[in-house]
Design a protein around this ligand. Structure first.
Ligand code: GAP
Length: 514
C-alpha cells in the first residue's frame, strides 16, 4: 500500500510538472479540492470528452446532445430531492477540530478488513504456489474467516444505518469499531449531522428581492427539464437519449485523492428514455455498452469491475457502478442507474406541466422510464493518467518516465525534430509540421539533444517522434520513433500521414464499439 501511495504521489507531481493538472489559485496557496487543467491536461480532457460525445451521438442515431445552463430554477432541486436529501453525514473530532464524513470513516474501516484478508491470501499464495486454492483457503483458514465475519457484520450494519438514515447508529458504529481521528489519534467524536452538498448563491440584487439559486450538483436535471423541448422539436420517438457534458458543483467535505473528489468537476451524462416495462432490457444494454467503451481504450480489462448496488435509492429499480483500479483501490468512475419515471413525474408535479409521451403504436400517453449513464470526466482522466504512467528501466542502466496514453487520447500526436539546428533541417522539419498540423496535434522541437527531446515527449505520452536528418534532404525519408517500443523505422515523408492516422484517430477507437 505504501508503495502504491508513493506511485500516486509521483503521478500527481508528474501531472503538475508536465502541464496536465495544477492546484487552483496556487499562488494564493491554493483552493482545496479545486484544480485547473494545464496545456496538456486540457487536450487530454477534451479528447476524453470527444470520445464519449461521439460514441453517444455519432454511433447512436437516437441520441442527441444538449448544453443546458448551470443556473436553473430553484424548484428543480426541490423536485429532484436534492434540497431535502442531497446530504452527507458529518462528524467532528473535538480534539483535532477536523470534520469527516461518517460513512467514509466506516468505509475505510471495511477496507482495512479487506486489506487484512488480501494480505493473508497473498502470503498463502506465495507459500503454496501453483497448488493454491483461494476459495478453499478463504473458507478454511480460521484467522481469515474470523476477519471476514467481522467485515461482513460491519458492512451489513453500516448498510442498514445508511438506508434508514440512522445518524445515531452511524456514530455508534464509529465508537464500537474504535475508529480514531487520523490527526489527533483520539475517539472524542461529536454527534453525526446531515450536511447539504449544494452550493447556494443569489440571483438578482437584494433590493429587488434576490432569488436563492444553486450551482447544479449534477447535469442530469438539465436534461430532464428539457425532455419535452427535445422530444417535440427533434420529433424523437422512444427509445431515445439526451446527452450532455458540463460542470457540476458539490461542497464535498472529504475532498482527497487529487482530482478524484473535487468541489467543481465535470460530468458526461446521458438519459435514455424508454417505454415503462422495458427498462431492465435497456439497463442491461447500457451496462454492457459502457464497459465496452472503457475497455476499448486498452488500459487493461482486469482494471474494471461492476459494483451492483444491493440497496437502491427510492427512485431506482437497478443500479451499478463501473469501478476502476486506481492506485488507491477499486473506485467508482461511472454509475448506470435505472431511475424509473421518478424525475419526469416529479417535474410534472412541481411544474404543473404535463410531461408525457404519446406512443403512436400503443395509442396512449405515459411517462417514460429512464436509464442514466453518468461518468465523471475528471475521474476518467485520473484513471487514464494512473494506468498510463510508467517508470521504465532501460538497457544500459538508463531510465525514462513514459505515459502509455491511449494514442487517440494523447494531447500531442507527433513531434517533429530536426537532428541539428542547421543545414536546412529546421526548415524541412517545419515543412512537415505545416503539413501534419491540419490533422494532428503536432509539436516542433529543436532544443537539447535528441535523447532529451524523446524523453520530454515520452513524459507527455506523444505516440510518435519524427526525426529529420541529412538523409531526409536526399531521399525524402525520416525516422519514425514509437513511444512504447522506442523502435525506429525509416519511412517516406509522403507516408507519414497514413501511418500516424491509422493509429491515433478517434475513428479507429470508435470502430471498436460499432
Ligand atoms: N446524475 C447522477 C449522478 O450525479 P453520481 O454517482 O453522484 O451520480 C456520477 O455522480 C459520477 O460523477 C461519478 O461516478 C463520478 O465519476 C463523478 N463525480 C461525482 N462526484 C464527484 C466529485 N466530487 N468529484 C469528481 N467526480 C465526481
Amino acid at each position: 500500500m505504501a508503495q502504491q501511495d508513493d506511485v500516486f504521489k509521483k503521478i500527481v507531481s508528474h501531472a503538475k510538472e508536465y502541464g496536465f493538472v495544477f492546484q487552483s489559485s496556487e499562488i494564493y496557496d491554493g483552493l482545496s479540492a479545486v484544480y485547473d487543467y494545464g496545456q496538456n491536461g486540457v487536450e487530454l480532457k477534451n479528447n476524453i470528452k470527444r470520445y464519449w460525445w461521439e460514441a453517444m451521438t455519432l454511433l447512436h442515431e437516437n441520441i442527441v446532445g444538449i448544453d443546458s445552463a448551470i443556473f436553473m430554477h430553484p424548484t428543480i432541486w426541490k423536485a429532484s430531492g436534492h434540497v431535502d436529501a442531497f446530504n452527507d453525514p458529518l462528524i467532528d473530532n473535538r480534539d483535532s477540530k477536523k470534520r469527516y464524513r461518517a460513512d467514509v470513516l466506516i468505509e475505510e474501516q471495511i477496507a482495512k478488513y479487506d486489506e487484512k484478508i488480501n494480505k493473508e491470501v497473498a502470503k498463502a499464495r506465495k507459500r503454496f504456489g501453483e497448488s493454491f486454492d483461494e476459495t478453499m483457503f478463504l473458507q478454511t483458514n480460521g484467522r481469515v474467516a474470523e476477519t471476514a465475519a467481522k467485515r461482513n457484520a460491519l458492512h451489513e450494519r453500516f448498510a442498514e444505518a445508511m438506508n434508514a438514515g440512522n445518524l445515531e447508529e452511524l456514530r455508534q458504529i464509529i465508537v464500537d469499531e474504535e475508529i480514531v481521528c487520523p490527526i489527533s489519534g483520539t475517539r472524542n467524536w461529536t454527534e453525526v449531522r446531515q450536511f447539504n452538498l449544494m452550493f447556494k448563491t443569489e440571483m438578482g440584487s437584494t433590493a429587488d428581492g434576490a432569488m436563492a439559486v444553486y450551482l447544479r450538483p449534477e447535469t442530469a436535471q438539465g436534461i430532464f427539464v428539457n425532455y419535452l423541448n427535445v422530444q417535440k422539436t427533434g420529433r424523437m420517438r422512444l427509445p431515445f437519449g439526451i446527452a450532455q457534458i458540463g460542470k457540476a458543483f458539490r461542497n464535498e467535505i472529504v475532498a482527497r485523492q487529487f482530482i478524484f473528489r473535487m468541489r467543481e468537476f465535470e460530468q458526461m451524462e446521458m438519459q435514455f428514455f424508454v417505454q415503462p416495462g422495458r427498462e431492465m432490457e435497456y439497463f442491461a444494454y447500457w451496462k454492457e455498452q459502457r464497459l465496452r467503451w472503457h475497455k476499448a481504450l486498452g488500459l487493461g480489462d482486469d482494471k474494471y469491475r461492476y459494483h451492483d448496488h444491493e440497496k437502491l435509492a427510492h427512485y431506482a429499480n437497478a443500479a451499478t457502478d463501473i469501478e476502476f483500479r486506481m492506485p488507491f483501490g477499486f473506485k467508482e468512475v461511472e454509475g448506470i442507474h435505472s431511475r424509473t419515471d421518478f424525475d419526469l413525474s416529479q417535474h410534472e408535479k412541481f411544474s404543473g406541466k404535463k410531461i408525457q409521451y404519446f406512443d403512436p403504436e400503443r395509442n396512449e400517453s405515459y411517462t417514460p422510464y429512464v436509464i442514466e449513464t453518468s461518468i465523471g470526466v475528471d475521474r476518467m482522466f485520473l484513471s487514464v493518467l494512473c494506468s498510463s504512467y510508467e517508470e521504465q528501466q532501460l538497457e544500459g542502466g538508463d531510465t525514462r518516465v513514459v505515459l502509455h496514453l491511449p494514442e487517440a487520447l494523447a494531447p500531442v500526436k507527433c513531434a517533429v525534430m530536426p537532428l541539428v539546428k542547421k543545414d536546412g533541417l529546421p526548415e524541412k522539419a517545419r515543412e512537415i509540421v505545416n503539413d501534419l498540423k491540419f490533422d494532428f496535434a503536432t509539436h516542433y522541437d529543436e532544443k537539447d539533444s535528441i535523447g532529451k527531446r524523446y524523453r520530454r515527449q515520452d513524459a507527455i505520452g506523444t505516440p510518435f517522434c519524427i526525426t529529420v536528418d541529412h538523409q531526409t534532404l536526399e531521399d525524402g525519408t525520416v525516422t519514425l520513433r514509437e513511444r512504447d517500443s522506442m523502435q525506429q523505422q525509416r519511412v517516406a515523408v509522403a507516408d507519414l500521414h497514413r501511418l500516424i492516422h491509422d493509429r491515433v484517430s478517434l475513428n479507429s477507437l470508435l470502430r471498436k464499439l460499432a
